[in-house]
Design a protein around this ligand. Structure first.
Ligand code: A2P
Length: 275
């Protein structure tokens, strides 16, 4: 069968307004509800691994552009900008964004920002990167950045999802990252991938909060005390409001304090994009 070549969707300067116009380089669909894509990176665009930026599409029929905050899933030095997104059938942006193809153009904001950055944490030994759903996105940047391995002895990427097929990037964390020319050697020694599934059978089940509360994650990591230690443990949280709130409460219970860019602390958090 011959693929029918369709003309790429292009954005005029008027439609772009104050935003950069970038070209889609690739799109990968993981499930009917999850996909990733990458766009060109303008030379002027600088960001820190873990930050988010507004991306979007022009409004239909000359309407206002629709933009949403997305974590950049690429590390700060990457040539392209990668994103990991949900698809919401009636979502104002993702209902259209999920149809993008290589060669199409999309809007990119000019001011990346965010707190899920190494700068917002005080020094420690273990870095827990805790994400549910598309809340994995910032860890794709942080865990591919050599600075994370220089700053911490161990990086633990926790990904909590409902079903096994939602464990996007499993191949990256179980295989491909070990061949990465920049962090492969470090990842082999220092990275732990810790996926968990809540609504079907898997090698590890249960919410991340449950695995923390019952000590399972600490036993799996060989941490004797079976709980967080504010002297050594640092964490970043990204996902639903409920997960962030419950996990932050567990961190606070063990004496970890929230940090920010202005006042670095023991953990930082950000809500993952939801609509
Ligand atoms: P569960 O299946 O028990 O709700 P969602 O797709 O709703 O964002 O959920 C992604 C993952 O986050 C699911 O495994 C879900 O578990 C889990 N989750 C939802 N709420 C919380 C919470 N308050 N604390 C920890 N994990 C949560």
């Amino acid at each position: 069968m011959t693929a029918v070549a369709t003309a790429p969707v292009l954005i005029s300067p008027e439609q772009a307004g104050p935003h950069n116009v970038e070209t889609v380089l690739w799109v990968k669909h993981w499930t009917p509800f999850l996909f990733s894509f990458a766009i060109t990176r303008p030379a002027s665009f600088r960001f820190r691994s873990g930050e988010f930026v507004m991306i979007g599409l022009p409004g239909l029929d000359g309407g206002k552009a629709i933009l949403r905050a997305y974590s950049v899933a690429s590390p700060s030095f990457a040539d392209e900008l990668e994103f990991f997104s949900i698809k919401v059938a009636d979502g104002p942006l993702t209902s259209r964004l999920q149809k993008i193809q290589t060669g199409d153009q999309i809007l990119l904001g000019k001011k990346p920002t965010g707190t899920l950055v190494l700068d917002a944490l005080t020094p420690g030994k273990r870095l827990f990167l805790i994400g549910t759903g598309t809340g994995l996105a910032p860890w794709l940047a942080v865990a591919r950045d050599p600075e994370a391995y220089a700053a911490y002895e161990q990086i633990i990427v926790c990904h909590g999802v409902r079903t096994v097929d939602e464990l996007a990037y499993r191949d990256l964390f179980t295989r491909d990252i070990f061949d990465d020319p920049l962090v492969g050697d470090e990842a082999r020694k220092q990275l732990v991938y810790y996926p968990s599934v809540t609504r079907e059978a898997f090698e590890r089940t249960g919410r991340i909060t449950t695995l923390i509360e019952n000590g399972q994650i600490f036993r799996d990591l060989g941490i004797e005390a079976s709980q967080f230690d504010a002297r050594y443990d640092r964490a970043m949280l990204c996902g639903s409001m409920a997960m962030i709130k419950d996990t932050a409460a567990l961190l606070e219970l063990h004496g970890l304090k929230e940090g920010s860019n202005a006042a670095p602390g023991d953990y930082v958090l950000e809500r993952a994009f939801v609509g």
